[in-house]
Design a protein around this ligand. Structure first.
Ligand SMILES: Cc1cc2nc3c(=O)[nH]c(=O)nc-3n(C[C@H](O)[C@H](O)[C@H](O)COP(=O)(O)OP(=O)(O)OC[C@H]3O[C@@H](n4cnc5c(N)ncnc54)[C@H](O)[C@@H]3O)c2cc1C
Length: 437
């Protein structure tokens, strides 16, 4: 579909400030805004910060993320600033294995890295070019609800900072909560995250390093907590080293925070302890650090539900969309955004019960897309929370290339449900057998 002229896109509604309000201009909000504006709707994209802005992330894209970008019409060539990679290098159990991204009908055979400061701006400008109206420096504090029906009819918050701060409110028939892991909009309606679903914590730092050019994303599956040298503990998570191609590496670790100690764990100290054990020549030492250590939560496996309540859809991290197998979130933020946009487009073209049926279909659509897979992922995250299982898996699993190639497909959610080979068929069968979430 051709992008409409932004100056004329979407006739303003008489009964509101926009057709759709999207709160948060990360990958979820910008993707949804672009799709909605292209469908001719008037989209108001509210963002608390101002672009370009940093976002703590590993900056890594698997082919699943690249597919979303291609679908959206983003130029993913290296000329456009993408540093592509061809697979995943897995280290652990004394073994290092390079696994190329699989050749599939559904996904490209390359991933990439790109700093989020740059990527998030690229995406939000794409949404603007598609016709969305971006309003920066606007912090949303809560959902506005209809007193009589409880339906979400808009949002309120404030624009600006300090003395210049002034209250604002906006109304629209449908609101997308794309405000990330904080989930402020959902929380304003009492929608807390679920304790029975996994949550992770990840920290990262940039270092100047001779390893900056790398054709593979690298993951370290054996992450030891050696802060008590007499009692080292194998952690449920992994470390990553992503060469950024600009003289630096993005180095970090993500750990499941299911165990009770997570509230007291010093993740920065853990990162340092891990990196101090890597070869000196890689350069991951304080003197080569660029900027501070940053960290945030990883809301996984649909850990905030329901994904719809009348008038509002939870998209991306706000709905706990991060893959519980590998902590990847950008692809899923974009995927849920495109599904949410389709439901909103349908709903806004109808009225009454038919409109509501289209909006309310969103959780079922998400469940069809990812529910079976995430159910297995949630079980997987419970298993790797057990150090004994982790130890056996790294020691005996890693040296087996065929098994690892299968696991790459499973962990990165890269398989062909229809056209694939034997391992694709096994994964498809597993996700179908697992009841949807
Ligand atoms: C250390 C770390 C490393 C990671 N590495 C990777 C990786 O390598 N690859 C990957 O795919 N995923 C990674 N992730 C996960 C990924 O960052 C997220 O899943 C992804 O950013 C989710 O996108 P989103 O649009 O849902 O939320 P966000 O990217 O968090 O965007 C939310 C937006 O909403 C805005 N906002 C928040 N609150 C408000 C408010 N009240 N009012 C207005 N605006 C608001 C924010 O400023 C932000 O712009 C990592 C996460 C962490 C913490």
């Amino acid at each position: 579909m051709a992008a409409p002229d932004p100056s004329t896109a979407g006739a303003r509604r008489p009964d509101g400030d926009a057709d759709v309000i999207a709160v948060g201009a990360g990958p979820a909000g910008s993707t949804a805004a672009a799709y909605l504006a292209r469908a001719g709707l008037d989209v108001l994209l509210l963002e608390k910060s101002r672009f370009p802005r940093a976002k703590v992330c590993g900056d890594g894209f698997t082919p699943r993320g690249m597919k979303q970008l291609i679908d959206l019409g983003i130029d993913c060539s290296e000329n456009n600033g993408w540093v592509r990679n061809r697979g995943l290098r897995v280290r652990g159990g004394g073994v290092s294995l390079e696994l190329d991204w699989p050749t599939l009908a559904s996904f490209p055979d390359y991933g990439a890295v790109r700093p989020r400061k740059d990527f998030d701006e690229l995406l939000v400008r794409h949404a603007e070019k598609s016709g969305a109206r971006l309003q920066e420096d606007t912090t949303v504090t809560e959902a506005l609800t209809d007193e009589r029906t409880g339906r979400v009819v808009g949002v309120c918050g404030y624009v600006g900072k300090g003395r210049d701060r002034r209250p604002v409110s906006f109304r629209a028939p449908v609101t997308l909560a794309c405000d990330g892991v904080s989930g402020r909009l959902a929380l304003s309606l009492g929608m807390a995250k679920r304790d029975d679903r996994p949550m992770g914590v990840a920290v990262r730092r940039y270092y100047t390093s001779p390893r900056t050019n790398d054709d593979y994303l690298e993951s370290h599956l054996e992450l030891w907590d050696r802060r008590d040298p007499a009692n080292p503990k194998l952690l449920p998570g992994y470390g990553w080293i992503f060469g950024m191609g600009d003289g630096t590496s993005n180095v970090g670790l993500g750990v499941l925070s299911t165990d009770r100690a997570s509230g007291t764990t010093d993740y920065r100290a853990l990162l340092k302890a891990w990196l101090d054990g890597t070869p000196q020549e890689w350069g991951y030492r304080d003197e080569n650090a660029v900027g501070a250590v940053g960290g945030a939560g990883l809301p996984m496996g649909f850990n905030r539900t329901p994904h719809y309540r009348p008038g509002m859809l939870l998209v991306g991290d706000a709905g706990g969309m991060v893959n519980p197998f590998n902590g990847e979130g950008i692809a899923y933020a974009m995927e849920s955004a495109s599904i949410a946009a389709r439901c909103a487009v349908q709903g806004l073209a109808r009225s009454g019960a038919s409109a509501e049926a289209a909006f309310a279909a969103y959780p079922a659509r998400m469940s069809q897309a990812l529910g079976g897979y995430y159910r297995i992922g949630n079980t997987f995250s419970k298993l790797i929370g057990n150090p004994a299982i982790m130890r056996v898996a790294t020691r005996h699993g890693l040296p087996r290339r065929t098994l690892m190639a299968f696991l790459l497909k499973l962990l990165a959610n890269l398989y062909d449900p229809k056209e694939g080979n034997a391992s694709d068929r096994v994964i498809t069968a597993m996700t179908r057998l697992a009841p949807d979430l």
